[in-house]
Design a protein around this ligand. Structure first.
Ligand code: AMP
Length: 392
């Protein structure tokens, strides 16, 4: 992968540089509710400004599915970015066509333009050839700084890249790849992988790829019930993944000593009403496991504190509900304490990042908070991400 810092200045100064960023931020009443993702792109944008590039930024926002949806416009992001940079960020209400070309051509060195939501065009997610070509047309240089979408072969992350001789990874993408490569290639031991959330499917790849490398897999959240069932435990009406049951069985039989599973649970009879909310070691018929119990939180916490490298993706329970957030918050605290004890801690996935913030922690309380969810999991599963492959 080429890096932005190795592109010579004479290939940036006065050149039209297309930068794929991840500005998929939450909006509320027409303004940006959380600008974390915008802030994370600032080093790349500022660097290009210093080098005298003419900078055009492009991103997706939400899931407009090829339709122009005013509530998913990136216009509020241009305003917020302008405030953060302390200078005007121009905006154009499309991402391809003559209007965009005109705007790009009128940029002066160091000026910044933001294009409208890429996914207002169907061609973006379909990686349509014509669309990719049109997107690339006005530009001399391609930079990708959107790690969160690097696992998608879309027009802006993959299809358009072949039209550029000069291309590179922005500083955010570079950092993500560096931190995650370190985990894959040379983790300090004990190396502990904490996985939770609802879906087993998304985490099969990472378990398989790290099965020999990691010392312990701590499994919580909804996905733990498929593991517990494989060990012959009763799981009541807890979520269960039939399709991946056999794979889970294989993992457990290959390395039974590596898997740490919940020993008690917060259970309910009904997700919505929380009827029957209680803490149980055995899940009876009619009950659903919705969070790890106190004993489990203690066992998980003790193990986490032994770790030298810790990766965490997925909440331990339905943490969006206050009553069911204690297990996830306890794990957040343990990972935070491990960081204080000099463990290398990496957190990935939108839900997990929301959970650490809801627990009162900041990104700086951990070694690295990844901007990727699916991208992080696929990277650690050993899959070459299309957005990275395209830069090679
Ligand atoms: P995932 O996308 O697979 O990481 O799943 C994240 C979601 O899993 C969150 O919205 C949680 O509310 C949900 N979740 C966590 N624990 C459970 C559980 N025991 N049962 C059902 N959903 C859960």
């Amino acid at each position: 992968m080429k890096l932005l810092r190795v592109i010579p200045q004479n290939m940036l100064e006065g050149k039209n540089v297309f930068v794929r960023v991840d500005f998929n931020v939450p909006l509320e009443d027409g303004s940006v509710k959380d600008d974390t993702r915008i802030r994370k792109s600032l080093p790349t944008i500022k660097y290009l400004m210093e080098k005298g590039a003419k900078i055009t930024l492009a991103s997706h926002l939400g899931r407009p599915k090829g339709k122009k949806k005013p509530e998913l416009s990136l216009a509020p992001v241009a305003k917020r970015l302008g405030e953060l940079l302390g200078r005007e960020v121009q905006f154009v209400d499309d991402c391809v066509g003559d209007k965009v070309k005109g705007k790009v051509e009128s940029l002066k060195n160091g000026e910044v333009l933001l294009l409208e939501n890429l996914r207002f065009h169907e061609g973006e997610e379909k990686n349509d050839e014509e669309f990719a070509k049109k997107l690339a047309e006005p530009f001399d240089v391609y930079v990708n700084d959107a790690f969160g979408t690097a696992h998608r072969a879309h027009a802006s992350t993959y299809g358009m890249v072949k039209y550029f001789n000069v291309k590179g990874a922005g500083f955010l993408l570079e950092k993500e790849v560096h931190v995650l490569s370190e985990i894959l290639d040379a983790p300090s031991h004990p190396f502990i992988v904490i996985l939770g959330g609802a879906k087993v499917k998304d985490k099969i790849g990472i378990i398989r790829n790290l099965l020999d490398k990691a010392d312990t897999f701590i499994i919580g959240g909804g996905m733990a019930y498929t593991f517990l069932k494989a060990k012959g435990e009763e799981i009541g009406n807890s979520i269960f993944d039939d399709k991946h049951f056999e794979t889970v069985n294989d993992f457990l039989s290959q390395h039974p000593e590596k898997f740490l599973l919940p020993v008690d649970h917060i259970v309910v009879k009904d997700f919505d009403s929380l009827d029957g909310l209680s803490e149980k070691e055995k899940i009876e018929n009619g009950y659903i496991g919705v969070d790890i119990g106190k004993k489990t939180a203690k066992i998980f916490g003790d193990k986490i504190l032994e770790g030298k490298t810790i990766f965490w993706n997925g909440p331990m329970g339905v943490f969006e509900r206050d009553e069911l957030s204690k297990g996830t918050f306890a794990v957040a605290k343990s990972v935070r304490d491990a960081t204080k004890n000099a463990a290398h801690t990496v957190i990935g996935g939108g839900d997990t990042v929301s959970a650490i913030h809801a627990a009162g922690y900041k990104d700086e309380d951990f070694t690295h908070v990844s901007t990727g969810g699916g991208a992080t999991l696929e990277f650690l599963a050993g899959i070459e991400l299309p957005g990275i492959k395209a830069l090679k």
